[in-house]
Design a protein around this ligand. Structure first.
Ligand code: PLP
Length: 388
């Protein structure tokens, strides 16, 4: 089928797909670096990265070549057979991760990584309960959904998996009080993304780490959104504490679907109990190896740290009655407004800047880590016009 008009694309998607996404009225067809293009040829600066996927930018030639070559060689290889590309990626991830994390389980998405981590925690401890944070987001399959905070996500699908308690984020005493004999794991995001870009406090994470060690509870950190350079280090946990299980996905394979759980040696799971047809397929592994190589070689974590600080300062300098708070870590930034943020998201798109929401009042910025200073200045100018 030839590429249709923007109108045609909207009509087809609205006609044939289950309407589960709150749609934005933009038809995206192409991307390069930190720029996106719509069907009418309009250019946008991407400050969303497909919700934290495109850390290395769009249309990267090295990853494209790796995918092409691997598809021609061997795209799929179920985990019962050994494969050299998967072996290399597992080794590379363990080399790059904090020392406690020694093994990898491969899957295909963020929610699957969380699903795996929750199951591994139960299997390892023989306990059934999970502590999660209010405003936390961990995905939408049944296990992950039970850990995700928010009636709007859970209500249509009740009853939830039992045994998950939500406690206030960054309040250690509340978490300690909620834990019991049956607590298998605590799951937290180092920076809550969907929940409004709320940065965790290091002392809180240190207290939680000590508490988990004392009580034989496993600590799961969900870095599906914060991973791979986003917050200024390859993994955000480097700025907090080492977990027993680390969930990653989104930007792991340069835009190809892939998730993983990195596990400490404590984690024990019986053979056959948890597997995935596509988990660790060589196509995604080749993309991930190429993408990791770029993130490390191009020092994208450092870039996120310095450009993130520049971006944050620029936003904080905007004199606007409408802004309540500007916060973030690296190139993960939230602008909390005193009013609903959705109209401003639309106005920024008209100015050629694509941003995200994180709750009703927060504009979330997750640009590709390859965004330039000049592009950030253009985004700041658009914010100044829209909010100043
Ligand atoms: N965990 C976190 C922290 C996320 O931000 C997300 C998605 O936004 C998920 C899990 C779920 O990932 P996926 O949409 O790939 O299932």
């Amino acid at each position: 089928m030839s590429q249709g008009s923007a109108q045609n694309t909207r009509e087809l998607e609205d006609r044939y797909e289950l309407p589960v996404y709150p749609r934005r009225d933009i038809v995206l067809v192409r991307g390069k670096g930190a720029r996106l293009y719509d069907e009418e040829g309009r250019e946008y600066i991407d400050c969303a990265s497909n919700v934290g996927v495109s850390n290395i930018g769009h249309g990267n030639e090295e990853v494209a070549r790796a995918i092409y070559e691997q598809y021609r060689t061997l795209a799929n290889c179920y985990g019962m057979f050994y494969n050299p590309v998967r072996a290399k990626l597992a080794q590379r991830l363990v080399e790059l991760a904090p020392p406690r994390l020694q093994r990898v389980f491969f899957c295909n998405s963020g929610t699957e990584a969380v699903e795996g981590a929750l199951k591994f925690a139960r299997a390892t401890t023989g306990r059934s309960e999970i502590l999660a944070a209010m405003r936390g987001f961990h995905g939408k399959t049944f296990g992950a959904l039970a850990a995700t905070w928010g009636e709007e996500y859970q209500k249509p699908f009740l009853p939830m998996m039992p045994g998950v308690k939500h406690v206030p984020f960054n309040q250690f005493e509340k978490l300690a009080q909620a834990a019991g004999e049956e607590t298998a794991a605590v799951i937290l995001e180092p920076v809550q993304g969907e929940g409004g870009v709320r940065v965790g406090e290091k002392t809180y994470f240190e207290q939680v780490r000590r508490f988990c060690d004392e009580k034989g509870i496993l600590l799961i950190l969900d870095e599906v959104q914060t991973g791979f350079g986003r917050t200024g280090t390859l993994f955000a946990c480097e700025q907090f504490v080492e977990p027993d299980l680390l969930c990653v996905a989104k930007s792991l394979a340069g835009g190809v679907p892939m998730g993983a759980v990195l596990c400490s040696d404590k984690v024990k799971v019986p053979v056959k109990s948890h597997t995935s047809t596509f988990g660790g397929n060589p196509l995604a592994c080749a993309a991930a190896l190429a993408s990791l190589e770029i993130i490390v070689r191009e020092k994208l974590s450092e870039r996120a740290r310095t450009l993130g600080a520049y971006f944050l300062e620029g936003l904080q300098a905007i004199a606007s009655e409408k802004i309540r708070d500007v916060r973030g870590l690296g190139l993960m930034i939230g602008i909390e407004l005193k009013e609903k943020a959705a109209p401003y998201v639309q106005r920024l798109a008209v100015k050629g800047v694509i941003v995200l929401l994180a709750g009703p009042n927060v504009i979330r910025l997750l640009p590709p880590l390859v965004i330039t200073k000049e592009e950030i200045d253009m985004v700041l100018a658009a914010f100044e016009e829209v909010l100043g």
